[in-house]
Design a protein. Structure first.
Length: 260
């Protein structure tokens, strides 16, 4: 049967992969345009380099009649894709950037037209065969849309997403009818203000109480005991005891008698 045909990649890896500036730029473009892999971005880079090489070769051979025809053809193709303006020249092809081609992808245009909420949802609608370009179903998010086909992008008639009120297409929320007048609104705002003020005063009172309790706890224990003992022990009358003078007289008399 022979060998199967070998696939040829339509993109090339960059020569120096680990470059911080290039990596940050690529990640930003991937997030903005909803790309899944960097190979999709490298493919657009290859497309840009292809057209720039073609333009450079045509600029070298300006005097050739065939080159002039190819120049007009190239500019016409770029204008039909919406990458160049109507008054563009061959030098403008060299100023094309990958972002210009990413803006012409089917995924981007479906999102820009409002048929999807996000870039990822636009990709999902395309892959699941919900999108028509003219009369054809296109399932490639990287399909480059021309200016003439841009107005022909619609949902399939058999798709449930063709209904504008489908929940995946609308962000509408049920509107609740309110019969509140301006006076009621003002009253409510005043009530809210009063509640806020009351809460703030209560918080302040609680803070003061806590501070007082903390100061009480910091007082020395001796002062507390003294104040408590003063309050608890009532004043008692102190009775004077009789003096011991007559006892001394009796003892002296007894001593004299003993000497005799």
């Amino acid at each position: 049967m022979g060998d199967p045909k070998r696939k040829v990649n339509l993109w090339k890896r960059p020569k120096s992969i680990w470059q911080k500036a290039r990596m940050t730029e690529e990640t930003a473009l991937m997030r903005e345009f909803g790309l899944r892999r960097k190979s999709e971005l490298w493919r657009t880079n290859g497309l840009v380099s292809k057209f720039s090489r073609r333009a450079k070769s045509l600029i070298k051979s300006i005097d050739d009649e065939q080159a002039k025809k190819e120049e007009q053809l190239l500019i016409k193709n770029m204008q039909s894709l919406g990458v160049l303006s109507a008054e563009a020249a061959l030098d403008d092809v060299l100023a094309i950037k990958p972002r210009d081609f990413l803006e012409r992808r089917l995924q981007t245009i479906v999102y820009r037209k409002g048929l999807a909420k996000t870039m990822r949802q636009a990709r999902q609608f395309i892959v699941h065969k919900h999108i028509l370009v003219g009369d054809n179903v296109v399932i490639a998010p990287s399909f480059l849309v021309t200016k003439s086909d841009e107005t022909k992008i619609l949902f399939r008639d058999s798709s449930a997403l063709a209904d504008e009120d489908h929940p995946e297409r609308t962000d509408k929320q049920p509107v609740v009818e309110t019969k509140e007048t301006e006076e009621t609104v003002e009253e409510k705002t005043e009530e809210v203000k009063e509640q806020v003020e009351a809460e703030s005063t209560e918080e302040k009172v609680e803070e003061v109480k806590e501070s007082v309790e903390e100061t009480k706890e910091e007082q020395p224990v001796e002062e507390k005991t003294k104040s408590e003992t003063k309050e608890e022990t009532p004043e008692k009358e102190v009775k004077e005891e009789p003096k011991a003078e007559p006892v001394k007289e009796e003892t002296t008399e007894q001593v004299e008698e003993a000497k005799e």
